[in-house]
Write a protein of this length. Structure first.
Ligand SMILES: Cc1cc2nc3c(=O)[nH]c(=O)nc-3n(C[C@H](O)[C@H](O)[C@H](O)COP(=O)(O)O)c2cc1C
Length: 268
């Protein structure tokens, strides 16, 4: 991958993005479950069609049956329709989604029966987060299988990890429950988004010892990320967006630490 600068580099990066596609051995191309997983994209435009209750129930069942450390099931899901979202947060559900699920890491519930592990960052912020994230991904794939598209949000609309303090207040979460992401669901509107720049398999896998990426690989990826962002947000830039995220992360970290020291936080 070559790093490009200027208009030519911009166009080259866009063409590289558009040329990206899943690499599947021809003998496995007909596998529908695999094709579904590889076709999944984060979708940010939804039709006004409602999601039937039984479809949502099937998606939640995929979350409920996800794998977890010692089968501790350290997750909770807060469910919203556009109306309940508006009533709770005073704004529209992001991207015109039909439903939202706030996915939380939750060690509160399991500790009512089994308080075996320390109240430590590794348990509260790694093990619990990992399990809840796997549940979210199971729901994501189940949704795709049912024709429902989605996007996970950590920031947009003040309802993800970066606004955990706000969500703890709004959803009256007890200590040990940490909101991670808002999963927005809906039937897609408009064309399927192109695959964003994904690193090649031979650069992220290694056998034996860790291998540094090939020269120019990460620069090329960054150029594509910037070009892709510019193409979809002509009046902003990837760098500007990163600055916003950086500030929000600093604020979120401060809020979480304040909550922990007040005894209200995820480790209390
Ligand atoms: C935990 C998590 C948080 C995310 N937060 C946001 C977000 O706040 N806003 C957004 O537009 N996309 C968000 N995304 C979607 C990513 O931008 C998207 O997954 C990534 O660009 C790769 O695109 P793909 O999902 O189509 O493969 C998030 C994804 C994950 C997994």
């Amino acid at each position: 991958m070559r790093t490009g600068t200027g208009p030519i580099g911009f166009v080259r990066s866009l063409l590289q993005i558009l040329g990206g596609k899943p690499q599947v051995p021809p003998s496995l191309e007909a596998n529908q479950a695999l094709a579904l997983i590889l076709k999944r994209r984060s979708v940010r435009h939804f039709a006004s069609t409602e999601i039937p209750d039984e479809v949502l129930a099937a998606i939640l069942e995929a979350g409920r049956l996800a794998p977890s450390t010692v089968n501790l099931q350290t997750w909770s899901f807060a469910l919203f329709t556009p109306a309940t979202w508006h009533a709770t947060f005073g704004r529209h559900l992001p991207f015109g989604g039909a439903r939202a699920i706030v996915v939380m890491a939750d060690t509160h519930r399991v500790r009512l029966a089994l308080d075996a592990f320390p109240h430590s960052p590794l348990v509260e912020h790694t093990i619990a987060v990992m399990n809840a994230s796997l549940a979210a991904m199971n729901m994501n794939i189940a949704a795709e299988a049912l024709g429902v598209s989605s996007v996970m949000l950590s920031e947009t609309g003040r309802t993800g990890l970066l606004d955990a303090g706000y969500l703890v207040e709004k959803l009256c979460l007890p200590g040990g429950v940490l909101p991670l992401m808002t999963f927005i669901l809906g039937y897609p509107r408009g064309p399927h988004p192109p695959m964003p720049p994904k690193l090649p398999q031979d650069q992220i896998c290694f056998e034996g010892r860790y291998r540094e990426p090939a020269a120019g690989l990460m620069g090329g990826w960054l150029a594509q990320m910037k070009a892709g962002y510019k193409a979809s947000h002509p009046f902003s830039s990837f760098d500007a967006q990163l600055r916003v995220y950086g500030k929000k992360i600093v604020q979120a970290e401060a809020t979480l630490w304040a909550m922990v020291s007040d005894g209200r936080g995820p480790e209390s």
